[in-house]
Design a binder for this molecule. Structure first.
Ligand code: PLP
Length: 373
């Protein structure tokens, strides 16, 4: 089986598995005063330092959470729903946390946040928090977070960045982004699922959404996920190697995309003209439901995903692609191919062969409405 769904989750790094196994005998509560608690607390403190160093945050600026979904909910809860603006291409975690009273910032056809529209929204004066992701999970399109931060600053608003898909794929240094908060997730960088963090800039006090304990400096109540934190920090130790490997992924991904463009006029690579992650391709195959493509490729031994899948596994038209101007049919005919640490060039070659044979079955007769490549 070839795994090309690293944006969904990337395999647990052996170092992370080993660290968690090594620490599994420690079961103390980090809040306890006695030595059992102290030992766990010390390891957690070391992990906090490791992680903060790897992502450019301060140790005190890390709030460990159950994942990026919780981290984003925590960030967005800092303002009233009517004071929040988020981009139309955000992950469902942001869209759900923001709710229906928040303002949606449109995206361009390339899948990039519309900065002029953002400025108009900010000029109205009611927005106090802007949520903008660093890299889109479906298309891989990178967002101009520095520009968003500059605009927000001009109008006195804070910025939260969903950096989940960026860490380990492009250089990421929280302190240099000029934003107030960022969410990261362990299982997207080779750590365990169910573990994430909100990074908070120095000097910003945040209110908890989970109350009933003083953990995480009163910002997130609940006994810490000690083993999760161990795995998270171990995964963070090799982020530089992950980053270096992205050069290979980028070359293999580009070759794969060039073949699609050259041989498949009824296919479109979403966001192709925009700067994107080195590992992500979102390709629409005209008149071919995402589910059909995912199942066909699975039967041929390739694990990929639809552009957007609910947790139930059912596919709905991608809100990201619709925000880019694709109609509902096209937005429900996309797949995402995302590579990672364990990917080889042969995986991409195999993916191309399987994808092409499906494409040829679906589009063997010339169509009158070819999609622009
Ligand atoms: N944000 C983005 C861009 C994601 O891709 C994901 C996971 O798919 C999340 C947030 C949610 O992360 P977690 O699974 O840690 O809650």
């Amino acid at each position: 089986m070839t795994y090309l769904d690293h944006n969904a989750t990337t395999p647990l790094k052996p170092q992370a598995a080993a660290r968690m196994a090594h620490m599994a005998g420690l079961w103390g509560n980090a809040s306890s005063v006695h030595r059992y608690g102290r030992e766990v607390r010390q390891h957690m403190m070391a992990a906090r330092h490791t992680l903060s160093g790897a992502v450019g945050a301060t140790p005190a600026g890390i709030v460990f959470c159950s994942g990026a979904t919780e981290a984003l909910h925590l960030a967005l809860a800092q303002c009233a729903p009517t004071q929040v603006a988020y981009t139309a291409i955000e992950h469902d975690a942001v869209r759900a946390a923001a709710g229906t009273q928040a303002t949606v910032i449109p995206a361009t056809p390339d899948g990039v946040v519309h900065l002029i529209a953002l400025e108009k929204i900010l000029q109205q004066g009611s927005i106090k928090l802007v949520a903008c992701m660093l890299a889109n999970n479906e298309t891989g399109v990178l967002q101009p977070v520095a520009d968003v931060a500059a605009l927000a600053k001009k109008y006195g608003a804070m910025v939260v960045v969903d950096a989940v898909q960026a860490v380990g794929k492009i250089p990421f240094h929280f302190g240099s982004l000029g934003v107030d908060m960022a969410a990261i997730s362990a299982h997207k960088m080779g750590g365990p699922a169910g573990m994430g963090a909100l990074l908070v800039r120095e000097g910003l006090d945040i209110r908890p959404i989970l109350r009933g304990g003083g953990q995480e400096m009163n910002r997130r109540a609940g006994t810490e996920n000690f083993l999760g934190i161990m795995g998270f920090a171990a995964a963070a130790e090799t982020l530089e190697a992950d980053l270096a490997f992205q050069q290979n992924l980028s070359a293999w991904k580009n070759a794969f995309e060039e073949k699609i463009v050259a041989h498949a006029p009824h296919a479109t690579i979403a966001g192709r003209r925009a700067p994107r992650l080195p590992n992500t391709t979102c390709v629409i195959m005209k008149n071919t439901p995402s589910e059909t493509q995912v199942v066909t490729m699975d039967l041929e031994g390739i694990a990929i995903s639809a552009g957007a899948a609910c947790s139930s596994g059912r596919v709905k038209p991608s809100h990201v692609l619709q925000a880019m101007g694709f109609d509902a049919a096209d937005a429900a005919s996309a797949i995402r191919i995302s590579s990672g640490r364990t990917t080889t060039e042969a995986d991409y070659v195999q993916a191309w062969q399987v994808w092409l044979s499906l494409y040829q079955r679906k589009h063997s007769t010339p169509s009158t409405t070819p999609l622009a490549a």
